[in-house]
Every structure is written in structure tokens, then in C-alpha cells.
Design a protein around this ligand. Structure first.
Ligand SMILES: C[S@@+](CC[C@H](N)C(=O)[O-])C[C@H]1O[C@@H](n2cnc3c(N)ncnc32)[C@H](O)[C@@H]1O
Length: 241
């Protein structure tokens, strides 16, 4: 899965998403907040590395349950470090010390997002839209995107965060059979299938469209700010007035 994810990211297929995420982080880089970017469920660290490339004041921490992903994150950028941790357990990160949290196609522990973020920090969440990878989801037997993901995200974040911006990214690109197979193999849809089966289906599907199939990337990029409360400062960091 890690190798497939790396090849897909190296192909540039998800670059418009990585650019949108990096732009959201860069907009928030100011001297009044920590320069630490935490990518939670970081995978190979592609989104973290793209954000770090934009501004050399930033440092990165990629968190993932998989040690294979953590190894990839540790090598993804000279200013990135990796942490093997379960999103659903308390993270070994001090309260209020993170400038930006990234959550890209990954499990979201909203309470921990809110705890580790500096009061002036930013949460960037990427969620798939219903037409994400629509050309291959059915034919390749992939898991479908649940309806109303954006509404569920806003409901889940409402207690701690205000939505300050939202952008939809929708692009389409021709993929060959090897990349179609990798897009399937990099995600949870591949858990119960062999690489050979996935590749055979990808060969059949792309052959029917002349060797390349146009595949759509369609996601929402949501930017949240912690809701400012009148509570006292945490760990010596004052809330903005
Ligand atoms: C769909 S992948 C997304 C990876 C990366 N953000 C990307 O888009 O390339 C989800 C990631 O979340 C990680 N993950 C799943 N459950 C987790 C958990 N409970 N704690 C930490 N990471 C988890 C997986 O190992 C995987 O790397």
C-alpha cells in the first residue's frame, strides 16, 4: 500500500490537492503561532512534505498507526519527523503547541485536534466528494464515498471549530493501467484483493478506453479555526484577544 501510494503521488495525480493544502497552511504561517505542522494519518507524508516545501520556517510531524508509513514520513522531508501513534488515543503532543493540523483522507479525532492546536492555529481537512474517482469506484470494486461527508464534518467539528473557508478541487487526468491499479492498491479497497486481481481488472478497464482512462479527483478542502473561548491560557499560551 505504501509503495502504491508513493507511486501515485510521484505521478502528480493528487498534486492539485497537495497544492490546495499547502496553500492553506502557508496562508496561516505567521510569527504569532508555532511553526509545527502535524499531519495526522500522514501516510507517506506527501501532503506534509508539499506544505513544508512552501516555507522553510515550518517543521513537520507526521503521525500514523503504521510503522511503514512512519518510516516513509521520516524520509519525506528534511524538516519532517514521524510518530507512530493511534489517532484514537491521546497523542504525546503538548497542548496548544501545533500551528496547523492536516487531516487528509484520514481518521479524525476532533478533540485531540482541538487540544494540540494553538488558539490561533488552523485545521485543514480534505474529504472525498461523491464523484471522487467515480470512473473506477464501481468497475474496480472500491468503497464508495458516503453521502453528506461535508455536513458530517461540520457537525463533528462544531463544538471546537469554526469553518473559515472551503474549496472544492475537481480535476481529471488520463491514467494507464498501472496507475489505475496503484490508485486502488493505495487505499482500503485493496485489503481483500490480490495485486494480480487488481491489475487484471485495471488492464481490462483501461484497454476498453484505448490504454488510458480519464479519472476524476474530487475533494473538499475545509479550513477551520479553533473557536475562541474565554477560558484561561493553556501551557502559558494566551488566547488571542
Ligand atoms: C487513506 S490513508 C491517507 C494517507 C495520507 N493522508 C494521504 O492522503 O496520502 C489513511 C492513513 O491513516 C492511517 N490510519 C488509519 N487509522 C489510523 C489510526 N487509528 N491512527 C493513526 N493512523 C491511522 C493509515 O495508516 C493511513 O496511512
Amino acid at each position: 500500500m505504501v509503495a502504491a501510494r508513493r507511486r501515485v503521488h510521484a505521478s502528480g495525480f493528487f498534486d492539485p490537492v497537495a497544492t490546495a493544502v499547502a496553500h492553506a497552511v502557508q496562508q496561516t504561517v505567521t510569527t504569532d503561532r508555532p511553526a509545527l505542522v502535524a499531519d495526522v494519518g500522514a501516510g507517506t507524508g506527501h501532503y506534509l512534505a508539499t506544505a513544508l516545501d512552501r516555507d522553510d520556517r515550518l517543521r513537520g510531524l507526521g503521525i500514523d498507526l503504521s510503522k511503514y508509513c512512519a518510516r516513509a514520513v521520516a524520509r519525506c522531508h528534511p524538516r519532517a519527523a514521524a510518530l507512530v501513534a493511534d489517532v484514537w488515543r491521546p497523542w504525546p503532543i503538548r497542548t496548544g503547541t501545533v500551528g496547523a493540523v492536516l487531516s487528509v483522507f484520514s481518521p479524525r479525532n476532533i478533540d485531540e485536534f482541538a487540544r494540540v492546536l494553538h488558539p490561533a492555529g488552523t485545521l485543514v481537512v480534505v474529504t472525498p466528494r461523491p464523484d471522487h474517482l467515480v470512473e473506477i469506484v464501481g468497475p474496480m470494486g472500491m468503497l464508495e464515498v458516503g453521502a453528506d461527508k461535508d455536513t458530517r464534518l461540520r457537525t463533528a467539528t462544531a463544538a471546537h471549530f469554526d469553518l473559515v473557508d472551503h474549496t472544492d478541487v475537481r480535476v481529471s487526468r488520463g491514467l494507464d493501467a498501472a496507475l489505475v491499479a496503484d490508485v486502488v492498491a493505495m487505499g482500503p479497497s485493496a485489503f481483500h484483493r490480490s495485486a494480480e486481481d487488481i491489475r487484471a481488472d485495471a488492464d481490462t478497464l483501461t484497454a476498453a478506453s484505448g490504454g488510458h482512462l480519464d479519472v476524476t479527483v474530487s475533494v473538499g478542502v475545509s479550513i477551520f479555526r479553533p473557536r475562541v473561548t474565554a477560558e484561561p491560557a493553556v501551557d502559558g499560551i494566551s488566547a488571542p484577544t
